[in-house]
Write a protein that binds this ligand. Structure first.
Ligand code: PMT
Length: 401
């Protein structure tokens, strides 16, 4: 689990988004974290301490001067216990308090007393967020390495529309996991394929598919965020090459195969996200095929299977394949996992054309030997980060076993 052995203090301040915090606690606990909740007095107006006690499994702390609470886990012990202090939602008032070092309640005192990283998820009215004072406080906090997650843009409880919504609990939990995994792939080499291949028929025609490359490019960026040295082998797409990522552009499956076999000679992880054509025409004509009255018959021959060839190397990298299926998702994905000798496979259901090929979003069912998990529908950038976290965990586990 991604937050195993991580102690998190969840500080809740008094904003309407506080009603989402029981869900946030559940998501953090599901990721393996131990969570203790600290509330300000006004937070208790928005969400019940009892609900938070129930989901965290620990009594909620709310009073700096409570003798009973101090006898159990005093504020200094609590500050030392924490691996992370997450404050969600963080009001404009609380940002100001921390920026100026005030310590007039338990949560603001913990902000001074802890050496753990402090992470804030601001939530407030859009005008309050834009206010010069709040923006000044934000710059002070960022300068002190306090991390801010969000806020997001959107409709607000007060009816305004703009920046100021707290990120959703799942997004906060994911970003926290990502921060925990941060730079865990430093020194590791990853090769990722993306996009379609183009199998030429004659000088003006080719056989291809709807892959846009978005999923593979998002994975390359997510892998780079984790500190890896990434080589992206890309088919023809309309995306800019990601900054500081070695990008090799290819056309056909055979060209992609050659580039991948070169770059996986010295590589720790290989991810096959490209939609590679299984077949190519046996004889590409040198001249344009002319229309005639009779039918046209083309003979196709099989392309090399890049993913399988990498996984069958004498000393293969950790290999993640994709499976694009329109039916029997699990059965077909597990078949590919075994047949191609993969470490993991991420299967997407491409029968629904709102996700998967050439869309902004995707959803994945991920399988490995004796394990599986689902990554629910989300933007490809978020999904790529979630998938890279999973890959990192499985890769590190396999290399340590
Ligand atoms: O590019 P996007 O628009 O963002 O869309 C993303 C995606 C839908 C293309 C991506 O998520 C995805 O599913 N990629 C794999 C598509 C595919 O070709 O799946 P497949 O089930 O046909 O192939 C299985 C695996 O074998 C894939 O990892 C594929 O890269 C690999 N393969 C297939 C054939 C071949 N000759 N060589 C291969 O390496």
């Amino acid at each position: 689990m991604q937050l195993e052995n991580t102690n998190i203090i969840l500080g809740i301040t008094g904003g309407i988004a506080a009603y989402k915090t029981p869900d946030l606690v559940r998501k953090l606990v599901a990721a393996g974290a131990s969570v203790r909740v600290v509330m300000t007095a006004s937070a208790k107006e928005f969400v019940s301490p009892l609900a938070l006690q129930a989901v965290s499994g620990h009594p909620v702390s709310d009073d700096l001067l409570d003798k009973d609470a101090e006898a159990a886990m005093g504020h200094i012990e609590l500050a030392r216990w924490a691996d992370k202090l997450l404050i969600a939602p963080t009001t404009a008032n609380f940002m100001a308090k921390v920026a100026y070092g005030l310590a007039d309640d338990l949560l603001s005192t913990l902000c001074l007393a802890t050496s753990a990283p402090i992470i804030m998820a601001p939530a407030m009215n859009q005008q309050m967020w834009k206010a010069k004072a709040t923006q000044h406080n934000l710059s002070v906090l960022l300068e002190r390495n306090i991390r801010c997650l969000g806020p997001a843009q959107g409709e607000q409880a007060c009816g305004d529309v703009g920046m100021g919504r707290m990120l959703e609990p799942q997004e906060i939990a994911d970003l926290l996991v990502q921060a925990t995994c941060e730079k865990m792939l430093v020194g590791k080499r990853i090769t990722i394929t993306a996009g379609p291949t183009r199998e030429e028929i004659d000088p003006v025609r080719y056989l291809s598919n709807h892959s846009s490359g978005k999923m593979g490019y998002a994975l390359a960026i997510a892998a780079q965020e984790l500190g890896a040295m990434v080589t992206l082998v890309s088919g023809p797409v309309n995306l800019p090459a990601p900054a500081k990522i070695k990008t090799i552009t290819v056309g056909s499956a055979q060209q992609m195969h050659d580039a991948v076999m070169q770059s996986t000679q010295n590589c720790d992880i290989f991810i096959g996200c490209a939609a590679v054509a299984d077949y190519r025409v046996q004889h590409k004509t040198l001249q344009k095929i002319k229309k005639s009255d009779s039918e046209l018959t083309l003979t196709f021959v099989k392309n090399p299977d890049i993913l399988s060839d990498v996984a069958h190397l004498a000393n293969p990298p950790f290999t993640l394949g994709f499976a694009a299926e329109t039916q029997n998702l699990k059965e077909y994905a597990l078949g590919k996992l075994q047949r191609k000798k993969l470490n993991m496979i991420a299967a997407n259901d491409v029968s629904d054309n709102t996700i998967g090929f050439n869309s902004e979003q995707n959803a994945l069912s991920v399988f490995w030997n004796n394990g599986e998990t689902k990554l629910e529908t989300a933007d490809k950038q978020l999904l790529a980060r979630q998938l890279m976290q999973l890959v990192t965990q499985r890769f590190l586990k396999d290399t340590n076993d």
